[in-house]
Design a protein around this ligand. Structure first.
Ligand code: ASP
Length: 325
């Protein structure tokens, strides 16, 4: 039986082209028409989604996409969903979709893709990425992998992948983890083990979570300023083993007491960094004033995770949910 795939087309570089010297935005159907029909291995239903460019995509749009993916698989029985998305924040929306997918992750393939080159540039990567993404979404092995990003013939776990190059087609990396698969001649080859499944989301995610990059000499009022502006949670990007300046400790302690969870990630690409562990005198001290370790998640992913964690309803629930991630 031919697999049924839903294509959610959110435009962006994969769809921005010129016709007769004028800029046009290709629809999902236009994108499919660029593929050699014999390579279309599924019965594809298209939904065009009105979305901001991904570098400006609102949490509301990200959440709407994540929910649409879940319902397409659980309620409408699609075998897989492919989302075309701008590459700047594809990793955030893909990870949010993964965290909210629940049982959909084991019933269908969920694949995000995009392009570094527009369709009218020399050697565009979008059509190939789209064909590979559709092929991957129909592969039963994807059902063990959670949400993946398919670019440049590679499959990356949404939890690990990061855009690391602003212009090249090899723009994504999961380092220090491997890509978990690749697509060769329209077939999926698995290369590594996918990350463990996240805990089930507990409630409606919170959309107002701030992310602050720290640096030696940072003024602690930056933390209280984002909370005054409405943030319900704060992610700090620290250095090395997720260290932040001691000048922030009082603010971290205050925010934690006020029920605003503070998560600390590292600016380094890293595997799990246990914040609680005191390694060399002062490292990891922020845990002592209430901070939550991001557990190896990059700061942008920790922000997405904290949005979902806050669905638990309170700071303690968010901490517990985060600890199972
Ligand atoms: N500017 C685009 C974005 O917002 C880049 C892309 O579409 O890939 O992500």
């Amino acid at each position: 039986m031919v697999s049924r795939v839903l294509l959610l087309a959110t435009k962006d570089t994969i769809a921005y082209a010129h016709r007769d010297g004028r800029p046009v935005v290709l629809s999902g159907a236009d994108l499919l028409a660029l593929l050699p029909q014999e390579q279309l291995v599924a019965d594809v239903t298209v939904e065009d989604v009105t979305a901001e460019p991904s570098w400006d995509m609102s949490p509301a749009t990200m959440l709407a996409l994540a929910r649409r993916v879940r319902s397409a698989i659980l309620d409408e029985g699609f075998d897989g969903v492919v989302v075309t998305h701008g590459t700047d924040t594809i990793e955030e929306t893909a990870f949010l979709t993964d965290l909210l997918a629940g049982p959909a992750a084991s019933r269908g393939g969920i694949v995000f893709t995009g392009a570094m080159r527009r369709p009218d540039e020399l050697s565009p990567d979008g059509p190939r990425n789209l064909a590979s993404a559709i092929a991957a979404a129909t592969d039963p092995r994807l059902r063990q992998m959670g949400t993946v990003v398919c670019v440049n013939d590679e499959l990356h776990a949404s939890r690990w992948v990061t855009k690391v190059d602003a212009t090249g087609v090899a723009a994504f990396s999961s380092a220090p983890f491997p890509a978990i698969g690749r697509v060769v001649a329209g077939r999926v080859e698995t290369l590594g083990t996918a990350p463990p499944r996240p805990p089930e989301p507990l409630g409606e995610p919170e959309s107002d979570v701030a992310l602050i990059k720290t640096y030696p000499g940072i003024d602690a009022t930056l933390l209280t300023a984002v909370v005054d502006a409405g943030a319900r949670g704060v992610v700090l990007e620290g250095t090395g083993m997720a260290n932040v300046p001691v000048s922030l400790f009082t603010a971290i302690s205050d925010l934690t007491e006020w029920g605003i969870p503070v998560v600390i990630a590292s600016r380094c690409r890293t595997r799990d960094v246990p914040l609680q562990e005191v390694r060399s005198g002062t490292d990891g001290l922020a845990a002592g004033v209430g901070a939550i370790g991001a557990g190896g998640l990059a700061a942008a992913k920790a922000r997405i995770a904290l949005m979902v964690a806050l669905g638990a309803g309170d700071a303690e629930g968010a901490r517990q949910w985060f600890s199972k991630l």
